[in-house]
Write a protein that binds this ligand. Sequence first.
Ligand code: KFV
Ligand code: CO
Length: 155
Amino acid sequence: MTSWAGPAALPGVVGLDHIGLAVTDLEAAVVLHTEILGLVLRHRETNADQGVVEVMLSPAPDGPGTQVQLVAALDEHSPLHRFLAHRGPGLHHLAYAVSDVRNASDILLRRGFRLLYDAPRVGTRGSLINFVHPKDTGGVLIELVESAAQTQGQG
Ligand code: KFV
Ligand code: CO
């Protein structure tokens, strides 16, 4: 029988925010996801701290829902550049929406997971983000996202 979250499980996971895809050619990936797959382009942003240019797309025309994030390396110092050189384009990370990224990170830290940052950093649309090391999570880089609306107490 499948068990639901027990008392020791991470609190405040409120959804699957986005799936991150590492791409080498951002414009070609945008064409694939919009003109061929029919997703809606929602947002484009450069995040120098993360070393990426990113595009957010949504499969739902009437609401954002879970999004697809295309991430391309900004330069050769980017972690994306390293990933693409070693593994090539493809699935890069899963981003869970959490109600409180500091709390979620602290809980995971106390349980022995490696968080990439001591304090949250700025992600898409002013969100606060942290990552759990993929070697601690079955080979999947997990991003924790607290949206700017949540940070401002609006959601
Ligand atoms: N998924 C799974 N495994 C990965 C991985 C990934 N994304 N990246 C690296 N690895 C594996 C890699 O294959 C290797 O395993 C090991 O981790 C170390 O890789 O068995 P192997 O081959 O030894 P390295 O040495 O290539 O990488 P490292 O220098 O250790 O860096 C890995 C990591 C996860 C620490 C680095 O990529 C990182 O700092 N990532 C966090 C920042 C990031 O990825 N930003 C881009 C997304 S920005 C975003 O999503 C935003 C802004 N947002 O708001 O949503
Ligand atoms: Co992301």
